[in-house]
Write a protein that binds this ligand. Structure first.
Ligand code: BEZ
Length: 218
């Protein structure tokens, strides 16, 4: 039984993503190799399990759309490279889906511990379903956790990367359930004059001074 405090480290949104070097199904990688690209680093509990298999098929399904927005996928579990290789070959045979993103074999749990991917209340030998969205400057931008028993909503992973990139590019926020093409939220007014002015600004639609939306120019 491991000490629970071993697993307490957790990167924070807005903080630098912890650097790592790890063995993967595509050879050794370091997070710093990905500088200039966005990264979705995700963990799964274990190879050859049904929920994880559906997730791998799902993640592979969004890989090209992520690549089109400068974003790469990296998987991880506490299994060996040989186990990962056998599993992704099995997925290809049974589901006709070729897994083309690298999968970290984190047998030492080094990466899992740095990223707080282990939930000892569930298991202290397997990672939970964690997702870290890391931006092109290697800052953590979103953290999502799901328990072992329930698969993630994979389109949400793509959607949050799209939303974060829209926020960065246009200095806007996005409302609940936002999808690309939807109206966006204009940042709050900084003073009374700005608050008054925006009520008659034809480039935005304001319900009230604090709630203004606009269309994004593409
Ligand atoms: C699964 O992927 O099916 C799974 C993994 C760990 C616990 C429960 C389910």
């Amino acid at each position: 039984m491991c000490e629970e405090k071993e697993f307490l480290s957790l990167p924070r949104i807005g903080s630098p993503a912890p650097e790592f070097t790890a063995e993967t199904t595509k050879g050794e990688i370091s997070l710093s190799d990905y500088k200039g690209k966005w990264v979705v680093l995700f963990s799964h509990p274990s190879d050859f399990t049904p929920v994880c298999t559906t997730e791998f098929v799902g993640f592979q399904g969004i890989k090209e759309e992520l690549a089109a927005i400068n974003t790469e996928l990296i998987g991880l579990s506490i299994d060996s490279v040989h186990s990962h290789i056998a599993w992704v070959r099995n997925i290809e045979q049974n589901f006709d889906v070729k897994i083309t993103f690298p999968v970290i074999a984190d047998l030492s749990m080094d990466v899992a511990k740095k990223y707080g991917m282990i939930m000892p209340g569930e298991s202290d030998t397997a990672t939970s379903r964690a997702v870290f969205v890391i931006d092109d400057k290697q800052v953590v931008r979103t953290i999502i956790y799901y328990p072992s028993s329930n698969g993630r909503n994979i389109p949400e992973v793509l959607r949050i990367v799209q939303a974060l990139q829209a926020s960065d590019k246009h200095n806007i926020a996005t409302p609940a359930n936002w999808e690309p093409g939807d109206r966006v939220i204009v940042p709050p007014a900084k003073n009374q004059d700005e608050a008054a002015k925006r009520m008659t600004d034809e480039t935005m639609e304001c319900k009230d001074f604090y709630f203004c939306t606009k269309e994004l120019e593409s």
